[in-house]
Design a protein around this ligand. Structure first.
Ligand code: SAM
Ligand code: SF4
Length: 328
């Protein structure tokens, strides 16, 4: 039995947030003062996450990506990695991180079964890093990327959110990084999230403009992406060890290829990155729901996965409110 939504999209990819906390405060993501953090008992335990992943695997989910907040802040993450790695049916296990703690943890994570890693990095200049992420740490992130390459977690993907006037003049520097290192640099259009939505209107750089700038650098050719690509389209400049991708949540609608669902740190299954569609799995699990019951809830949740998101330039996107729920 496989998951497939009302628009006949097969759902095979589950992003699992293991914490809402973060050690950075990227301007487009979190307020400087942080968020009203979840309490410890609100957050799913590793055992609860593994139970949900087992249920998801039983209905055809094949790829798990651990994310956050910053997932490497959660103690002993390698324990969860090991638990997920041995679940039958899960054949791809990846991590999205800001890279600050990657160098020290990558060995244990790789040994536990982690296969791929995405590192977020918006600038190659230390002073700008502190302005965009509102905390220092560029050197540590770069060492984390090198460590991930050294551990063979290929292809390491480097995600760069492009903002006009903040880092859009570094496109060529990132392209050079992709020429030198066996990585996929992916430029992401900035989305209007919470308090950043006003600024997003000014700072948004459409992917087509980025591609024009890359074509000015050299002969940019479309290429097949690295294994595990989702919404990105990939290109390469001549003589490059790596590739360049663009992810276009606003200028091109990739929703028709959406194959993913998300689990929040407090156990809600979110059916779309934006909008108010979720199912509370934690309450069901803590009330004694079996894995087959959770699998049934996953299947029923497909009815409320929307056809597309409705992000628009400068309009604040609601990420957390929930209007639609279906019970156990
Ligand atoms: N802390 C980890 C990290 O930064 O990779 C994982 C969580 S972070 C929310 C996941 C990804 O979302 C990052 O690549 C980040 O750049 C991206 N992101 C967050 N807010 C965004 C926004 N407003 N527009 C575009 N991408 C955003
Ligand atoms: Fe933290 Fe990632 Fe958000 Fe930056 S994008 S504040 S690193 S969760």
């Amino acid at each position: 039995m496989n998951l497939s939504d009302a628009f006949a999209r097969p759902i095979e990819y589950l992003r699992v947030s293991v914490t809402d906390k973060c050690n950075l405060r990227c301007v487009y993501c979190m307020p400087e003062a942080g968020l009203p953090w979840l309490h410890r008992d609100e957050i799913l335990s590793y055992e609860e996450i593994a139970a949900i992943v087992r249920a998801a695997a039983s209905v055809g989910v094949r790829t798990i990506r651990l994310t956050g907040g910053e997932p490497l802040l959660r103690p002993n993450l390698e324990r969860l990695v090991a638990m997920i790695a041995e679940i039958p049916g899960i054949d791809d296990l990846a991590l999205s991180t800001n890279g600050l703690l990657l160098e020290e943890q990558i060995g244990a994570l790789a040994q536990a079964g982690l296969k791929r890693v995405n590192v977020s990095l918006d600038t190659l200049r230390a002073d700008r890093f502190e302005t965009i992420a509102r905390r220092p740490g560029l050197d540590r992130v770069l060492r984390g990327i090198d460590a991930a390459i050294a551990y063979g977690l290929a292809p390491v993907k480097v995600n760069c959110v492009v903002m006009r006037g903040r880092n859009d003049d570094e496109v060529a520097d990132f392209a050079e990084l992709a020429r030198r290192l066996p990585i996929a640099v992916r430029f992401i259009e900035v989305m209007p999230v919470l308090a950043y939505s006003e600024a997003q209107r000014e700072e948004y750089v459409p992917a087509n403009e980025l591609l024009e700038r890359l074509r000015d650098i050299g002969d940019l050719q479309p290429v097949l992406g690295p294994a595990g690509n989702g919404p990105a389209r990939y290109y390469a400049l001549p003589n490059s060890a790596g590739t360049i991708g663009v992810i276009t949540p606003l200028s091109h609608d990739y929703c028709n290829r959406c194959n993913r669902i998300r689990l929040t740190a407090d156990g809600r299954l979110r059916l779309c990155l934006f909008g108010d569609y979720h199912v509370d799995l934690r309450t069901a699990l803590r009330a004694g729901a079996t894995e087959s019951k959770i699998a049934e809830m996953l299947q029923r949740s497909m009815l409320i996965k929307p056809e597309r998101h409705h992000l628009r330039l400068g309009e604040p996107a609601s990420r957390m409110r929930a209007l639609s729920e279906i019970g156990g």
